[in-house]
Design a protein around this ligand. Structure first.
Ligand SMILES: [Zn+2]
Length: 463
C-alpha cells in the first residue's frame, strides 16, 4: 500500500518536474523514500537480473558508463543513474523513472554509481550481486572525514554481503586489497590491475595518502607506481601486499586524441581493447568495467565493442573543433589526484609546447578551500608551456601558484571573467593547435554555457 502510494507520488513529481524542464532531480526519490522508507529495496528486488554497483572516489561515473555501454551492447537493458545523482534519493528517482505506475520495471538489471558515504546504506537496500570497487582517494574530505573512516564503513558493509556476491577490486589500490580481507565466505573476489613498467612513475606524487601499510602502519615499498598511490606495493613488515590480479592490463598505448589501447589478460586469454577516452586513469576504469562484465559472463566480443563505442561523459574529457585545425580540449579537474593525472596526460609528448587555460572557481560545488592547488604538481609544466592563461574567481591565486611552480611569469596571464579569458586565449591560439582547458566543476558549467552561446557544444544532461 505504502509502496504503491510512494511510486505514484514519485512518478507524478517526476512528471511535473520533467514538464517544467527540471528532469534528473533526486527530489521525487526523496519524497517516495519519506512515504515508503524501503522503496528502493522493493523496486530493485523486482529487477530480474538483480543489480550491480560501482563505487570509488575517482572515475566511478566513467566506469559506470563504460560498464553500462558494454551491457547494452550485449543486449542487457540497464536501469542506470546517469546524471550523477548517486545518493539513495537519486537512485530511487532513477528507478521510479523507469517503473510503471504499478511498479513494473522494464530494465533487466540495475547498475548504480554510488556515493562513497551512501555505500553502506545503498548496499543494504539494493543487495547488489556485483560490486565494482575502483579506488579510494583523499577526495572531498571536508564532506566525509578521514579516508580511514570511509574504509572502515565499507569494510563493515562488505562483511554483510550475501554469498554469491562478486566483488571486483582494483588490486593496485592498497585500500581495495585491504577491503577484500573482509569478504565473508561465499563472496567471490576478483582483482584487476596494471602491469606495464614503462608507465611507472619515478616517485609517489604529492597527493598520496595511502603510502603506509593499512594493516600495521609501516611505510610500504612500491616496485611500481602508476597513479598516485596505485601500483605494485608490499609491506616489508607484515603479509600485506598487492594481490595477483586475474585481469591484468599490459602493453598500454596512451594517446590524447585517439584514446588508449591495451591488452587485458583474462583467465580465458588475452583481449585487445581500445577505449575512446584518454588518460591512464581511464585505462583503469575500462579494465574494471571489463573485468566486471566478463565476471558476469558477458561475451568478450561485447566487451570489445562496448568499450570502442564509448563516448566520454560530460566534462571528463571533451574535444571541440574550432576550424583551421584548432581544437579545445576540456578536462574537468576536481582534486589533486585527477589534476595530476590530467597534467601527466598533457605532458606526455615532450616536443609539444602546451597552450593552456586553467579556470578555478571556489564555489560550494568546487570546494571553498583552494589550498588543494598546492597538492597539484604544476612543476611538471615548467619547461613544457607555450603559454598559460588563468581564469575564474581564483584566477590570480592560480597564476600565483604557477609562478611558484617555476613557470616563467612572462608566459602567465590572468583574467577572472571566464568569457573574456576564453576569448583572449582563443584569439592567440595558432592554427592546427589545441587549447587545453582545465576547469573546476562550476567553471566547467559556465564554460559550457559560454561555448553553447558561441554555437560550439550541444546541451548536456539530456536523458
Ligand atoms: Zn604491514
Amino acid at each position: 500500500m505504502r509502496q504503491t502510494l510512494a511510486i505514484a507520488t514519485g512518478k507524478t513529481l517526476l512528471e511535473i518536474l520533467h514538464r517544467t524542464g527540471r528532469g534528473g532531480t533526486a527530489f521525487p526519490g526523496l519524497v517516495a523514500t519519506k512515504i515508503a522508507p524501503h522503496i528502493l529495496r522493493d523496486l530493485t528486488a523486482r529487477l530480474p537480473g538483480g543489480s550491480a554497483m560501482v563505487i570509488g572516489t575517482n572515475g566511478k561515473t566513467t566506469t559506470t558508463r563504460l560498464f553500462a555501454t558494454i551491457l547494452e551492447t550485449a543486449g542487457v537493458k540497464v536501469a542506470n543513474n546517469r546524471s550523477g545523482s548517486n545518493l539513495i534519493r537519486g537512485l530511487t528517482s532513477t528507478l521510479l523513472n523507469q517503473a510503471s505506475l504499478r511498479g513494473k520495471l522494464t530494465a533487466d538489471m540495475g547498475l548504480f554509481e554510488v556515493d562513497e558515504a551512501a555505500f553502506p546504506q545503498a548496499q543494504a537496500e539494493i543487495q547488489p550481486r556485483l560490486i565494482l570497487m575502483n579506488n579510494l582517494f583523499r577526495d572531498q574530505l571536508d564532506r566525509y572525514g578521514e579516508i580511514d573512516t570511509i574504509r572502515k564503513r565499507w569494510a563493515e558493509s562488505i562483511k554483510t554481503l550475501a554469498p554469491g556476491t562478486k566483488l571486483i577490486l582494483n588490486a593496485d589500490d592498497p585500500s581495495m586489497a585491504y577491503l577484500a580481507r573482509f569478504a565473508p565466505e561465499g563472496v567471490k573476489t576478483v582483482f584487476f590491475g596494471l602491469d606495464h613498467p614503462p608507465l611507472a612513475l619515478a616517485k609517489l606524487a604529492h597527493a598520496v595518502d595511502a603510502a603506509k601499510c593499512i594493516v600495521c602502519g609501516t611505510n610500504m615499498v612500491y616496485d611500481a607506481i602508476y597513479i598516485s598511490h596505485m601500483g605494485h606495493y608490499h609491506c616489508p613488515n607484515c603479509d600485506f601486499r598487492r594481490p595477483d590480479p586475474q585481469f591484468v592490463v599490459k602493453e598500454v598505448k596512451l594517446s590524447v586524441s585517439e584514446g588508449s589501447q591495451f591488452v587485458l589478460e583474462t583467465p580465458d586469454g588475452p583481449l585487445e581493447l581500445k577505449v575512446g577516452v584518454p588518460g591512464l586513469y581511464n585505462v583503469y576504469n575500462a579494465a574494471g568495467a571489463s573485468a566486471a562484465a566478463l565476471s558476469m559472463g558477458i561475451a568478450t566480443g561485447h566487451v570489445t565493442k562496448g568499450l570502442e563505442k564509448f563516448k566520454s561523459v560530460f566534462g571528463r574529457i571533451e574535444r571541440i573543433a574550432l576550424g583551421e585545425g584548432r581544437h579545445l580540449l576540456l578536462a574537468l579537474v576536481k582534486n589533486p589526484v585527477g589534476f595530476n593525472e590530467v597534467l601527466r596526460m598533457l605532458t606526455h609528448d615532450p616536443a609539444q609546447k602546451l597552450k593552456m587555460m586553467v579556470i578555478i572557481n571556489d564555489l560550494y560545488a568546487d570546494g571553498r578551500d583552494v589550498s588543494w592547488l598546492w597538492d597539484v604538481d604544476f612543476e611538471v609544466l615548467a619547461d613544457r608551456l607555450g603559454w598559460v592563461q588563468t581564469g575564474g574567481l581564483r584566477a590570480t591565486d592560480m597564476a600565483n601558484r604557477l609562478k611558484y611552480a617555476g613557470i616563467d611569469p612572462a608566459l602567465i596571464s590572468w583574467e577572472e571573467d571566464i568569457a573574456t579569458s576564453l576569448k583572449l586565449a582563443m584569439d592567440r591560439l595558432p592554427a592546427n593547435e589545441t587549447l587545453y582547458i582545465t576547469p573546476t566543476y562550476t567553471a566547467m558549467l559556465q564554460l559550457r554555457e559560454i561555448l553553447q552561446k558561441m554555437g560550439l557544444v550541444v546541451p548536456f544532461w539530456e536523458e
